[in-house]
Design a protein around this ligand. Structure first.
Ligand code: HXC
Length: 283
């Protein structure tokens, strides 16, 4: 689908890039010849990811830092730019989340998730945005959301509030910073089976039912999301700005549609039910 060197001139910073969807995007970007830097809290997965990218012939580096702390982020990105050259793109992927009844959340629990997801995105975006404005280089920002950023969702309140904030940030800065050649977009993935997300969000024994409930009858493949990210980061998407692209098999649409639940029943049963309701057929 893509030219092998689609991202050749890019140096991309991926937060939370050591595992899950972050790592999948790092691999895809490096495979398309971008230089890739991954940051996150745990050195082990970051080092392993950067080593794997280099083993595959890519240019890669890593640094451990907490996106909640702007000073740590600034120091890490300075070191990484010395190693790989100036960043041209940022992927805000780092997240924190867990299932919990909202009435039981402590103030610190709410704070923790919002600081990782919303503040972390703001810190990283402002940090690189300032450099791009100063250098007059332009830049690209891609943030990872989820459809409940606009739908809301029970039992993940801090994440829902934070993701809604990141959507607002994306749309606001897409306009404000367009004059500097900086474009911002987002991807809203539905269920993708990564350890980080599923260990916290998918109760044991519920995966099969969740798959069946998806209009396409399956979860997403991380490689599918990585392809979409590569496109949005690339010059092919140069005129895409302020957009959020959903990749969820149609799940959120189905949830919001009055009669979407019919698709969970055997189609013969649905047809028989509807046929029986036609005028003249009712008993
Ligand atoms: C209630 C909880 C909790 C839980 C933590 N807390 N887990 N409260 N239920 N399950 C509370 C703690 O008690 C504490 O509050 C506060 O949150 C901070 O917890 P810590 O463990 O000290 O924080 P920290 O070590 O920084 O860990 C952050 C974390 C953790 C978010 C809690 O889960 C984490 O590191 N996650 C990173 C990876 C991740 O979450 N990935 C999933 C993203 S998936 P008190 O008051 O006790 O001090 C995603 C996909 C969405 O977002 C799309 C789905 C379709």
């Amino acid at each position: 689908m893509f030219r092998d060197d689609l991202l050749r001139d890019q140096t991309i910073l991926i937060t939370g890039g050591g595992s899950g969807l972050g790592r999948a995007m790092a691999e895809r970007c490096a495979g398309l010849e971008a230089a890739v830097a991954v940051v996150g809290r745990r050195p082990g997965p970051l080092e392993e990811t950067a080593d794997a990218l280099r083993d595959g012939g890519g240019r890669a580096a890593w640094a451990s830092c907490d996106v909640r702390d702007p000073q740590q982020l600034a120091a890490a990105t300075e070191r990484l730019e010395e190693e790989l050259g100036p960043f041209t793109a940022l992927v805000n992927n780092a997240a924190g989340n867990f299932l919990a009844p909202s009435e039981d959340l402590s103030a610190n629990a709410f704070d923790t998730v919002v600081k990782i997801v919303l503040y972390g995105t703001f810190h990283a975006t402002q940090l690189l945005g300032r450099r791009w404005i100063e250098r007059r280089s332009g830049g690209v920002v891609l943030s990872i959301l989820t459809p409940y950023a606009w739908m809301g969702s029970p039992f993940v309140l801090p994440s829902a509030c934070a993701k809604a904030g990141v959507l607002a940030l994306t749309r606001s800065l897409a306009i404000e910073w367009a004059t500097y050649g900086i474009r911002l977009n987002a991807i809203a993935p539905g269920p993708f089976p990564t350890d980080g997300a599923f260990s916290r969000l998918m109760p044991p024994g519920m995966a099969e039912a969740a798959k069946r409930a998806n209009p396409l009858g399956r979860f997403g493949e991380p490689a599918e999301l990585a392809d979409l990210a590569a496109f949005l980061l690339s010059p092919m998407a140069a005129y895409v700005n302020g957009e959020c692209v959903t990749i969820d098999g149609g799940q959120w649409l189905k949830q919001g549609q009055e009669f979407g639940g019919f698709t969970d029943l055997p189609r013969d049963q649905v047809k028989a039910t509807m046929a029986a309701m036609r005028p003249g057929k009712r008993g």
